[in-house]
Design a protein around this ligand. Sequence first.
Ligand code: VGL
Ligand code: ZN
Length: 232
Amino acid sequence: MPASSRRTLSKPLSSAGCGLAAAKITPDAKSALIVVDVQNGFVTGGCLPVKGGEEVVPVINQLAAGFQNIVVTQDWHTPGHVSFASSHQGKKPFETTQLSYGTQVLWPDHCVQGTEDASLHKDLHLPTAQLIIRKGFHKEIDSYSAFDEADHKTSTGLAGYLKARGIETLYVTGLATDFCVAWTAMDGCKAGFEVYVIEDATRAIDMNGSLAAAWKQMIAKGVKRIQSGDLA
Ligand code: VGL
Ligand code: ZN
């Protein structure tokens, strides 16, 4: 049999009519959309603005229609939180300090519990979201990850919740790609979930090459990098 006719025995052409089109990913009942920290504090006008942060809102709103399970997170700090530069004498925002659990980047005061800065972006429209998980509420421990706080000991309870609900696959979106999104995605892998980060549904802080470093670490830990257009 000539090679040209044998080819028809393998994969059928996609219904899009183009043989090169990749198959779309369809989230199912065991999938959850994780929407990380889409709060006023991380968009234009916030206390710790991420460039273009608000641009993720329409992308996430549209993605949400395809998910049966949605979890939202909020950075939720005490006044005088250990991650604030203002809590450390002589320190300025974006400098680092050594804490008992390791190196901590020091931030402007942001997302203080109950403030407008900590509220979710007003245009985020996720009426079917089932859980809001707040993190970073222990005064002496930061938490970029929605799973484990920065001491790598204290759990937020999110893995237990997702497992109890039979969730196996996570699609992570939100702010910021190189901090809370990356740590959430990597800890999700560590906790045994299959994890995708939807790149165009995130924006980064990107200080001192942190975005490139975060992608390198995420890929090394098994996180899959996709675009919103890859989902059905
Ligand atoms: C975040 C820095 C400090 C984030 C939170 O949501 O990525 N970054 N707190
Ligand atoms: Zn924070």
